[in-house]
Design a protein around this ligand. Structure first.
Ligand SMILES: Cc1cc2nc3c(=O)[nH]c(=O)nc-3n(C[C@H](O)[C@H](O)[C@H](O)COP(=O)(O)OP(=O)(O)OC[C@H]3O[C@@H](n4cnc5c(N)ncnc54)[C@H](O)[C@@H]3O)c2cc1C
Length: 506
């Protein structure tokens, strides 16, 4: 972008202080910047798009602000909650309505997710049989694993291979696929057991059955108390807005949007980043750099500095998806649905892969809808997810067609027979990194390589977890590590010299 218009609030860093550039202002980049400030370093955050937040975004629907990317935060692990409390918005944490079940549309009906499962792997057979999600034959096949002996396997394998080998392919296609698809939009046959369901991986390595592995994981989970998921009043976007405000009000932080980083070089004992379009590039110098952007742009930036790391990064595939947000008159949503939503296995051949009854799930949202003037009748908000790895064609349909397909599926799958009074489609191209078999080993290799460069780190959804809590944890650890390896300041914050060179296209 043009150099003059890219400059946002925030004073230049004090001469001599250590200065780190963070590339990307999703939750990972913003958190890394926050952590660097906690450690006294000055920070420049460079974000390619015109807004911060990355996969955390929102829109107006039915008169209220709703999340169109991430909509819930795992709070059973502490990192995201701790950050929220540090930012002073802990009082805004809010939890899903109690007593709502999660369902799966399978074999012609909505059916309850069996109690006691780990990413769709049932710990016990009775709830599986009662749910009707798999056929009676599928239940018998799942039961057979307890009669079999499995050898210990000392390597990563796909979730699909592990579960199908033990419990049969129907448990995979009807239970594991929709749950994994909800998080990764990926396929069980590709996704790594070690990386995506580590709770089961120990059992797999020890040669235990899938059900026994799930029971062990649930026992470990039982030790943790308190709610599993939370949101914030105003939505997850409230976290990003608060982080942004915190950073922007800090004179030692410079936060630029519309600032695509195109090149990263090491010269004269410091890092130099080329920012902006080839026609109007400028350079920013730094003592340290954190790449908090997705794997593909990170790979491009590392292509010269570390071709091997770049090659591994460029091999991490991504899945695209879309979120179709719909507002219906409240009377249209059958009250008998005491569910927060439902998942749809790919085997059902539907357009939507999940539906969340957002205003039923989140009481704060229902309360906000009640305060909206001008709606003839109170509204219910429903969020449908569309698209898995390999289903890109469906995402090429125009917005109107995606809305119509989602409405059709809702009518046929859950009896929601109404015309939406408002709708919004958000497309998330290449948004979800796929942790395929061997992912943990690849991440170890990338990190080991980056550690060989002075004060260079990478964090974000491509590495140790796609969820917000995992991204927050990774960002803080990476920022601590880069701060620890950052030499005494050789730069004076953002050196805004227009670049004589043309930046490489990214
Ligand atoms: C539809 C959807 C729903 C989700 N739901 C949930 C949920 O409910 N709960 C949950 O925990 N997780 C959820 N996730 C996952 C989670 O939201 C993301 O994994 C997480 O927000 C990623 O954060 P990040 O900062 O690592 O990456 P991103 O959000 O991708 O941010 C990276 C940033 O880097 C910028 N960038 C890229 N290249 C450059 C460059 N060259 N120069 C400068 N900037 C650059 C991008 O513009 C982007 O803003 C969901 C994801 C999606 C897509």
């Amino acid at each position: 972008m043009d150099q003059d218009t890219s400059v946002s609030t925030g004073a230049a860093a004090a001469p001599g202080s250590r200065h780190v550039v963070v590339v990307g202002a999703g939750i990972s980049g913003l958190t890394a910047a926050y952590e660097l400030r906690c450690r006294g370093l000055s920070v420049t955050v460079l974000e390619a798009s015109e807004r911060v937040g990355g996969k955390i975004a929102s829109t107006d629907l039915g008169g209220v602000r709703v999340d169109t990317g991430a909509e819930s935060i795992l709070v059973r692990r502490p990192e995201a909650r701790t950050l929220i409390e540090e930012l002073g918005i802990g009082a805004d944490l809010t939890y899903p309505e109690e007593g709502l079940s999660a369902q799966v549309y399978s074999r012609g009906a909505l059916r309850p997710l069996p109690a006691g499962q780990v990413m769709g792997v049932p710990a016990r057979l009775l709830p599986l049989a009662r749910s009707g999600i798999v056929s009676p034959r599928g239940v018998v096949r799942a039961a057979v694993e307890r009669l079999r002996w499995f050898s210990a396997v000392d390597r990563d394998q796909s979730v699909g291979d592990f579960v199908a080998h033990r419990m049969g392919s129907e448990v995979v296609s009807r239970l594991v696929e929709p749950l994994l698809g909800g998080v990764y939009a990926g396929r069980a046959a590709d996704l790594s057991l070690d990386a995506t369901v580590p709770q089961l991986a120990d059992g797999a390595r020890a040669g235990h059955s899938a059900a026994a592995s799930a029971r062990a994981a649930l026992r470990a989970r039982a030790a943790a108390s308190g709610p599993v998921f939370a949101s914030l009043r105003g939505g997850v976007g409230h976290l990003v807005a608060t982080l942004e405000n915190t950073l922007r009000s800090d004179p030692e932080v410079r936060l630029e949007t519309g600032a695509t980083v195109r090149e990263l070089r090491r010269q004269e004992g410091r890092w130099t980043l080329t920012v902006g379009s080839a026609a109007a590039a400028h350079q920013v110098d730094a003592d340290g750099v954190i790449l908090a952007c997705p794997a593909i742009p990170a790979a491009r930036l590392l292509a010269d500095q570390d071709p091997a790391a770049a090659q591994i990064l460029s091999g991490i595939p991504t899945a695209s998806m879309a979120v179709v947000s719909l507002a219906f008159p409240r009377s249209a949503l059958p009250r008998r649905h005491r569910a927060s939503g439902f998942l749809v296995p790919p085997a059902e051949g539907r357009t939507i892969k999940a539906a969340t009854f957002s205003s039923r799930k989140w009481p704060w949202l229902a309360a906000e809808l009640d305060t909206v003037a001008g709606n003839d009748e109170p509204l219910e908000l429903v969020r449908c997810s569309v698209g898995r790895l390999g289903e890109e064609a469906v995402l090429q349909r125009p917005d109107g067609e995606l809305v119509a397909a989602a409405v059709d599926d809702l009518r046929e799958l859950c009896g929601l027979d109404a015309v939406p009074v408002d709708s919004h489609v958000t497309r998330w191209g290449g948004a979800l990194p796929q942790y395929n078999v061997g992912h943990l080993e690849r991440v170890r290799e990338i990190r080991a390589r980056l550690r060989k460069h002075p004060a260079l780190g990478a964090c974000g959804a491509s590495y140790d977890g796609v969820g917000i809590a995992a991204c927050v944890a990774d960002a803080r650890t990476t920022a601590q590590e880069v701060a620890g390896r950052c030499p005494t300041g050789t730069t004076t914050g953002a050196n805004e010299s227009p670049s004589a060179t043309t930046g490489r296209n990214t």
